[in-house]
Design a protein around this ligand. Structure first.
Ligand code: CA
Ligand code: CA
Ligand code: CA
Length: 425
């Protein structure tokens, strides 16, 4: 006799580690910005002289102006003789006003702070060696990886300048009357790790510029139900000819029945198996309970690629990185990550900087952050192997994986899973 499951709608939780892992200070990374502190330019002015009346006299005019400024109490910082005629000086506002009244002076303007808008390569992209991938071609020029990745999550900020969001392919399974716009931040963070643009600003993803399909199944508070998730899988499967890869950084309790949901009532497993059979590769988070992933779905399903989280702080091997946004040991199994035989790969998932909602950036930790590195890697592979089946994509990722990370640390099983390595992709 069939059973009725009173709690058939599992409450799914984001696979991001809890509050303690949300970082506050990503801006301090060296090389990221070299902005001057506010006020550092206070008291500095740029003085532009009028054009000299005769050729050859500009040099003398500049020299005279510099001497004059010094006599008025200004400290001259730079002298300009080529791009324009003038100088920069440190002086009081009243001196600047007096200089502005000098007959040869065209203008006096306050100096202003500038900062480079340099793009930083997030540590996870570095640790997974996506920056060495010829397909990713990370060099600050906005060439885009030709693949489609669906993000089943809280939606994506479609207006984020660092993302290539395919809005027309989106779907909101949580509240169908609304577009799948991310009001939480989780889905946009996942999206950035997969495919933030290689455009010279912000961050860069594993597979820069891939088309990101926003599939919202979770509320702005990060919760949802299995029925919503299946709606998302259904949408992806409808577009299986276009979508290469799916990222699911979410999960609930459950197990793998070993038969794609045919012998019990696991509709989500059945849906994923059918979607995989249509050629879509699924990367999923192992979960953050520091427990065996066998007790969580979709992590437990054999048809997906299940990803545990590595604590890496410096983007490189060797265990030399010091803790940044949360405490852990460099190049070890993250202390919150789920483990077990269902885990296929480990990828960076601690203190990962990526895009956030409302056009911003944030640093988060969780297996939610690890899975999208693998989704990006799968997208790189599909971009160069368009006919590869999900099993072939998974095999390629596993074969390329590396063992250069410290084990067992907090890995609660007897198996050392390979670390995502994409330099040859
Ligand atoms: Ca960028
Ligand atoms: Ca490291
Ligand atoms: Ca393991």
């Amino acid at each position: 006799m069939p059973k009725i499951f009173g709690a058939a709608l599992l409450v799914l939780a984001l696979a991001a580690a809890p509050a303690a892992t949300a970082a506050t200070g990503p801006a301090a990374r060296p090389g990221q910005t070299h902005g001057q502190a506010p006020g550092e330019t206070a008291g500095r002015y740029i003085v532009t002289l009028k054009d000299a009346p005769a050729a050859g006299s500009a040099e003398a005019a500049v020299n005279a102006a510099v001497v004059r400024a010094a006599s008025m109490g200004a400290t001259v910082l730079h002298v300009y003789r080529h791009a324009l005629h003038g100088y920069a000086a440190s002086m009081t506002a009243s001196t600047a006003a007096a200089v502005a009244d000098e007959p040869g002076v065209r203008s006096v303007e306050p100096d202003r702070p500038v900062r480079i808008a340099a793009q930083s390569v997030p540590t996870g992209v570095d640790r997974a060696e996506a920056d060495l991938s010829p397909t990713a071609a990370i060099d600050g020029t906005d060439t885009r990886v030709d693949a489609d990745v669906a993000v089943i999550d809280t939606g994506i900020d479609a207006n984020h300048p660092d993302l290539n969001v395919y809005e027309a392919g989106g779907k909101n399974c949580w509240l169908p009357i609304l577009p799948p716009t991310d009001r939480h931040g989780h889905g946009t963070h996942v999206a950035g790790t997969i495919g933030a643009l290689d455009n010279g600003t912000g961050v860069v993803g594993v597979a820069p510029g891939v088309r990101l399909w926003p599939v919202q199944v979770l509320s702005p508070f990060g919760s949802g139900s299995t029925s919503n998730v299946i709606c998302g899988i259904d949408h992806v499967t409808e577009h299986a000819d276009e979508i290469d890869v799916v990222n699911m950084s979410l999960g609930g309790t459950g197990k793998d029945d070993g038969d794609c949901g045919r012998t019990d009532t696991d509709a989500m497993h059945r849906a994923i198996c059918n979607s995989v059979a249509r050629g879509v590769t699924y990367a999923v988070a192992a979960g953050n309970d520091h427990a065996d992933a066998a007790g969580f779905v979709p992590a437990a399903y054999d048809e997906v690629i299940t990803v545990s989280a590595l604590a890496d702080f410096d983007g490189g091997p060797g265990g030399l990185g010091g803790s940044t946004c949360r405490t852990d040991r460099d190049d070890t199994f993250a202390d919150f990550s789920n483990y077990g035989r269902d885990v296929d790969l480990i990828a960076p998932g601690v203190c990962i900087r990526s895009t956030s909602a409302n056009g911003g950036y944030s640093t988060l930790s969780g297996t939610s952050m690890a899975a999208p590195h693998v989704a990006g890697g799968a997208a790189l592979y599909r971009a160069t192997h368009p006919g590869a089946s999900p099993a072939e994509v998974k095999a390629a990722l596993l074969a390329a994986g590396g063992m250069d990370w410290a084990w067992p640390s907090e890995d609660g099983d007897g198996v050392k899973e390979p670390l995502l390595q994409l330099g040859s992709f």
